[in-house]
Design a protein around this ligand. Structure first.
Ligand code: CP
Length: 327
């Protein structure tokens, strides 16, 4: 990257040599704290370049990123694509509707084929664990863009980056996750990743049928982080530093009736937010349906659209590090 302090680049190079990132980015469980330092500090440099309108070197020139999205996406697909192109790389999309998937080609075969064209592959799939299974014989690095109700590791990275950029630290915060905690892969990854920090408490607000899965709670417990479950947002809100709203995931329900019963259980409104701290942020991985009133969008605490931009810087950093380009 251009115009960056040479000492920053030298330090980062040392950190990469000491703690290289996992080859594939599938679950946040593979991350150690030094990995987060590398990714988030580099993402911050990319953000500064944008703020100062400094040009970027095309350090990924000649590199190819293949994108295979078997589920709908706006932010993840767009931010990965823009990130790669801003750094001079090439993006090749393999769209399931027009690819040989419609002729019955398996995910594993498609991965092996695309690997022969690409230096990195970004894959989203509707089935939990499907990406992990499909890449067992793949040498090309793979980044998961979300696997069903499983994980969304790059979303968790950008969520932690958002907290750092907006509040300055992740330590000592009370972070409250709200909504569909059962099916929402973003909260699964985020809860796990936050255990690398000294957060004060994680709070989970949901209706009983959509509570945080035991496997995630057990993981968080094993790392010694305090957790509390609520069914009332009003009760969890007053000393919350980060309110992380999520959509009830209609596509994961077998019955429309069950979805309709739960989709509007919690809503952020200007009135509700009079009970929250003046200095806190509201996040959402988006898309939202009815869990944050648009009337709240102009409140300075509404961080969710800034969060989408932070995602681009994090994906620029991740692609730089995964492609192992010499800094
Ligand atoms: N947050 C997120 O994953 O958004 P998309 O589904 O639009 O990519």
């Amino acid at each position: 990257i251009t115009t960056t302090d040479p000492r920053f680049l030298a330090d980062l190079t040392q950190q990469i040599l000491a703690d290289p990132l996992p080859k594939h980015i599938i679950s946040v469980s593979a991350f150690k704290k030094p990995h987060l330092h590398q990714i988030l500090n580099l993402a911050h440099q990319y953000r500064l370049c944008k703020i100062k309108k400094q040009p970027l070197n095309h350090i990924l020139e000649g590199k190819v990123m293949a994108m295979m999205f078997y589920e709908a996406s706006t932010r993840t697909t767009s931010s990965f694509s823009v990130a790669m192109q801003l750094l001079g790389g090439i993006v090749q999309k393999c769209d399931p509707d027009t690819s040989s998937l419609v002729k019955g080609e398996t995910l594993s075969d498609t991965v092996n084929v695309m690997a022969s064209y690409a230096d990195v592959m970004v894959i989203r799939h509707q089935e939990k664990g499907a990406i992990q299974k499909a890449i067992v014989n793949t040498h090309t690095p793979v980044i998961s863009a979300g696997d069903g109700t499983g994980e969304h590791p790059t979303q968790a990275l950008l969520d932690v980056f958002t907290i750092r950029e907006e509040i300055g630290t992740v330590n000592s915060l009370t972070i409250t996750m709200v909504g569909d905690l059962k099916n929402g892969r973003t909260v699964h990854s985020l809860a796990k990743l936050l255990t690398l920090y000294r957060v004060r408490e994680l709070r989970y607000v949901s209706v009983p049928s959509l509570s945080m899965p035991p496997e995630i709670k057990n993981f968080v417990k094993s790392r010694g982080i305090k957790q509390e479950e609520y069914t009332s947002l009003e009760s969890a809100l007053p000393d919350t530093d980060v309110l992380y709203m999520t959509r009830v995931q209609k596509e994961r329900f077998s019955s429309e009736e069950e979805y309709i019963k739960t989709r509007s259980a919690f809503e952020v409104t200007p009135k509700l937010m009079t009970k929250a701290k003046k200095k806190m942020i509201v996040m959402h991985p988006l898309p939202r349906v009815c869990e944050i009133s648009p009337d709240f969008d102009t409140d300075p605490r509404a961080a969710y659209f800034r969060q989408t931009e932070y995602g681009m810087f994090v994906r620029m950093a991740l692609l730089t590090l995964v492609l192992g380009h010499s800094l």
